[in-house]
Structure formats: C-alpha cells, structure tokens
Design a binder for this molecule. Structure first.
Ligand SMILES: [Zn+2]
Length: 424
C-alpha cells in the first residue's frame, strides 16, 4: 500500500511535469469536478474544520462541508489550508554563472531559466501567490505563468521601484509621472524606497511631500503602495496614506499604533532574508551593495527585527502580513520565515498561517478571490504532513499543491523529503 501510494505520487508528479500543457489545459476545463477529503482544514480565516470535504469545479471552490461519495484526493491525516501568499519575494533574483549574486534584472536565457526554476520551487513549497517588488523581468514570468505556460505562483509585480534619493528623486510632479509610467508598464502595485538599506543606517531618502505625492498618485491610479521603510520613514509613509510598510525595523510602538489606526499593513521579516544572506555570504560579498561592513551590520540587525515582530504582535488591530523578501538562495525556502516568526518572535501559529492566507489576500486587494477555503474562491489549496499549530516545522513538509484547481504536487507521505533547498 505504501509503495503503491509512493508510485502514484511519483507518477502524478512526473505527469504534471512532463505533460504539463495537456494536463493544465484539460484541468482548466470548467467541467472538471474534484472532491478533496480533509480531516483537518484551516480555512485561512482562523477557523479549524474537522472531517470535511472541498468540492471544486474548474478553478473554483464550490462547496465546503461534510459529504459522502467518491473522493479524488484523500488528504486525511494531513493539514489542508489555502495556498500561501508571500507579500515580498524577488522571484527573478538569481546567482550568476560564476555563482555570485547577479541581482534581479538579468535578461539572458540562463537567467530566464533560473527565474522559471525559482517560480517552480516557490510553488512546490506551497506558495500559490507572490508579490514581487519588483523588476521589469517579472513581467514575462508573471504573464507566462498566468497563461499556464510555466508552473509557478500567481505573480504581482511593481516593475521598477521608485528609489528615494532626496531632492534628486525629482519634483512631486516627476514622481507622479514615474508612478503612472509603472502602471503603463504593467505594474500591479508601486514599490517605494523611502529609507536607505538598514546595512547603511536606514536613513530617510524621501521627504514627506515626496512620499505624499507617490502614494497619492498610486491611489489615483488604483494601485497599492509598498514602502521600504525603517525608523522615521515608517511614520512618514503611514501619514502619506501608503498601503503597506516593508521591513519596518526600528519603528516605535507609537508608529505601530498609528499604522493600526490608519489600517496600514506591516510586512516585517523575522529571519529568512538575513539567514539566507549569512548562509550565502561568499556569493553576495563583493557584489553591488554587499560589503564586509554590511554583513557585520546584518548580524546586529536580526535581533532588532525579532524585536519589531515581538512588539508588532502586541499592538491591537495592527495587520501583520507574511512576506519573506526572498532573494537568490531563498526561493523555495520561503516557509522558513513562518518558523522564525513563531519560534523567535512569539507569533501564534494560527495567526502566522492567516497572515499568509486571508490577511495576505486582503492586503493584496484579492480577499474575494484567494486566501481562504470557501465557496466562490479560487481553488488554491495545499496540504502539510503535520500540524503547523502544534509543530511549526510542518510548513517544510508540503505534500500537496493545487493552484486554480490544477494539481501541481501530490507526494505520498512516505516520500516527502524535508527540502534542503532546491535552489542551485
Ligand atoms: Zn525586497
């Protein structure tokens, strides 16, 4: 029985890879009817359901509840939940042929294949949606995945970010023009750098007026704004009406309370991004922006990041979403950030799951499409071998991945490797 299951899991995986276009296009037919059985289901909004079934027609969930009759995917014994959303992953950021950090703007064929691989391992790790803030190279990858030509998470991109450079950034009108230009280039959101890198001190690089102009223009264009901000820039971006703060390190409790009052989302990083830099130090050191001093600073920053998350979870009403800031070396290991948040920062495991499900979807403006297991929503469904509410390391053991009703992974439980980083 065990070996039969293992073979079935392997075959379905091979089928998904080798016959991808046929499998996907067939699976996209609206008549496709799939029933999943679950013994433990996290609905993405904080509820835990027992012994239930999910019925899927085409790409959508049509029913959730008790039932009988044939089952297509028996996920009993696993924990079933909505596909995760990573609010901040640089999906086209790679190492180059020399093994060194090559950034995220490469355009040759090798880079394109690496980016496709990043998307594949991210999806296999249970992430069915990511937000990339951002690079123009995101666009062809986003579009290929959306057309079903490549396996990967749904991608939202900022295209080119607005880099704060003080007065040199431009006048308010020039900033507004920049925002409109990103929209024309296909941006789903606007990314703004309002602080230097924390490795260089994290000082503010945009004035209040410049930030007001950027976030106001984005709003007029119907786009959300993600602001890379530390210290004082957190308050400034919140006052400017920007949608979400990235990182947020060294924000005070007053700043966090203001964010809660204004409904500004916070996307802090509790570990993966810095852990990944330290693990891949030789690949980053000496490349643009990565100095020995910067690396020395990173080790001191990690406890500050933990402190921020520890404070953030205690602020009533503050909406903390899940974002990893995954760069080269971290793709496919995004879920490590859950472990960092729960283990090192006192985040409740169920809240950690919701931060990457319904709350993450709400922050993307997609709460009515993804992030929950409920009738009418897209069938983005994953299953873990283990219960993350009891042992958060279960997030490493993703046994099943469905995106928009299409099964991309269905590994037999006995065959699930604890992934050790598929990234080349
Ligand atoms: Zn980033």
């Amino acid at each position: 029985m065990r070996s039969a299951r293992a073979i079935f899991g392997f075959l379905s995986f091979v089928a998904a890879c080798a016959l991808a276009p046929e499998v996907w296009s067939q699976s996209r037919a609206p008549s496709q009817h799939i029933v999943i059985a679950a013994s433990t289901l996290l609905d993405g909004k904080g509820r835990v359901l027992r012994d239930t079934r999910i019925v899927i027609e085409g790409s959508r969930i049509v029913a959730v509840g008790p039932g009988s009759g044939p089952v297509d995917y028996d996920l009993r014994g696993l924990t079933v939940l909505p596909g995760w959303i990573d609010a901040h992953a640089h999906i086209t950021w790679n190492f180059g042929p020399d093994g060194k950090n090559a950034g995220m703007n490469g355009t040759n064929a090798e880079t394109a294949y690496q980016s496709a691989s990043n998307a594949f391992v991210t999806l296999m790790a249970g992430f069915t949606t990511i937000q990339s803030p951002g690079s123009p190279t995101d666009i062809p990858l986003r579009d290929a995945i959306a057309k079903g030509l490549l396996p990967g998470p749904r991608i939202l991109t900022a295209v080119d970010p607005l880099f704060g450079r003080g007065e040199q950034t431009g006048t308010e009108e020039e900033i507004r023009t920049f925002v409109r230009k990103q929209k024309e280039a296909g941006a789903d959101l606007i990314k703004i750098f309002a602080s230097q890198s924390i490795r260089q001190g994290g000082g503010m690089t945009l004035s209040q007026e410049q930030l007001n102009a950027a976030c106001d223009e984005a709003k007029k264009q119907g786009l959300r704004t993600l602001v890379h901000a530390y210290k004082g820039a957190v308050r400034a971006a919140t006052l400017a009406g920007c949608t979400q703060i990235e990182h947020g390190t060294l924000a005070t409790d007053d700043d966090l309370q203001l964010m809660a009052a204004r409904g500004t989302y916070l996307d802090p990083q509790a570990g993966l991004v810095i852990e990944n830099y330290l693990q891949n130090k030789d690949k980053y050191l000496g490349t643009s922006g990565y100095t020995p001093e910067g690396f020395a600073a990173m080790e001191k920053i990690l406890p500050l990041e933990h402190e921020l998350v520890q404070h953030a979870v205690k602020i009533p009403g503050l909406k903390v979403v899940f974002g990893t800031d995954a760069v080269a070396g971290a793709h496919g290991r995004n879920a490590e950030e859950f472990i960092d948040r729960v283990r090192d920062c006192g985040v409740d495991p169920l809240a950690a799951m919701v931060s990457a499900n319904s709350l993450g979807a709400e922050a993307l403006g997609l709460g009515d499409r993804i992030g929950s297991i409920a009738p009418g929503l897209q069938a983005d469904i994953i299953a873990l071998d283990g219960d993350p509410l009891k042992d958060i390391t279960a997030v490493r053991r993703v046994a099943f991945v469905m995106k928009e009703g299409v099964v991309f992974k269905n590994a037999a439980r006995s065959a699930i490797p604890s992934y050790s980083g598929v990234q080349p």
